[in-house]
Design a protein around this ligand. Sequence first.
Ligand SMILES: Cc1cc2nc3c(=O)[nH]c(=O)nc-3n(C[C@H](O)[C@H](O)[C@H](O)COP(=O)(O)OP(=O)(O)OC[C@H]3O[C@@H](n4cnc5c(N)ncnc54)[C@H](O)[C@@H]3O)c2cc1C
Length: 376
Amino acid sequence: MALLEMHKDFDREFRGDTIHPSTLEILDQIGLAAPLHEMRHSKISGPTINFADGPFRPFDLARLKTRFPYVLLVPQAQFLDFITREAAKYPAFRLVMRANVRELVEENGAVCGVKYLDADNAWHELRAPLTVAADGRFSRIRQLAGFEPVKTSPPMDILWFRLPKLPEDLDVPSGLLGSIGRGLVLIALDRADYWQAGLVFPKGHYQELHTQGIAAIRQAIVEIQPRLARHAESLTDWRQLALLSVESSLCPCWHKPGLLLIGDAAHVMSPIGGVGINYAVQDAVVAANVLTGPLNAGRVSDADLAEVQRQRKWPVRVIQGMQTLMQNRLIAPALASQSPPRAPWIARALLRIPVLRDLPARLLAFGPRRVRLDED
Ligand SMILES: Cc1cc2nc3c(=O)[nH]c(=O)nc-3n(C[C@H](O)[C@H](O)[C@H](O)COP(=O)(O)OP(=O)(O)OC[C@H]3O[C@@H](n4cnc5c(N)ncnc54)[C@H](O)[C@@H]3O)c2cc1C
């Protein structure tokens, strides 16, 4: 098995770092959860969002029945280094860095490999019984295969930046801060050495924020979350902020003979809930469960590939539906209002009912269906 990666390393800023209970349970199945926990990490169990009518916890993973009732935060670059180091222990695994896939190799209507450019711009051809496109939200392979994702446009974008950890930060047990005000939503994730903060704002308003300048951003942070006042002083230059364009999409078809799309290539997830990495991992696990037999038998049919899509598409639809609901009911009203909004009463009421209370946490942790590696 060959893994082609176009960059020279995995070290890129502003990638998702959240490893949910579903992925931790899968890693535990293959003996990797314990060594992963030995890496420097932090944990979050759920946000406490400050609304005008008081704090609101939309979910709390700490109550779930699992060995891992939390989201583990590990920088994605370190996580991918860890996973590929472990994969390299299998003689059949080969990682090729700086391999930029440019073309599909097709014969008799089936994909039978790819052509890629190396660091010296030299062409290589790699043939395979199955090509798996895990090349992310801007997937070139998806485009080469002629698949068109159906986009939904979440009503927001995010400014992403770091804030320093200060001694008084020790008392945030959930590891996640959320605050709303002035038509903005502020989130801050505890990343052990620093806070990874995001300022959510209505789509199309970036230029306006940029024109107001960095001092206005500092001021907004202080107004929305006064406890981050000292932290905000560290923001002195607009270059400390990165704009993340929030997208969401779903490809109607994820496969053709010899080719399967997984992860963001098949479905770009909104960042709400930080589930993107975990859905990509679940796709890969279902693909392994369904396709190992056919691959070992030397014959992967289009029906086998369709089965992977069948098992994964509906959980993706469910979670994207939930994200849309949260965007429209929680985020969009908050962004539209200049005064701090109240938490939706229906959400507060439903989450007081014991059988419903842990549903959002379970959906976030595992999705609508728990995915496990088949052990046979
Ligand atoms: C800014 C940002 C923040 C996010 N935050 C979170 C979060 O907190 N939690 C979370 O779970 N998700 C988060 N996500 C989403 C998450 O990063 C993705 O859902 C997840 O990484 C998808 O995994 P993937 O393997 O499908 O694609 P990616 O992680 O995008 O990986 C695709 C890989 O393919 C490589 N590649 C691309 N084109 C080629 C080519 N032509 N040839 C060779 N290699 C190629 C890329 O270099 C990349 O390494 C975030 C996304 C963004 C953009």
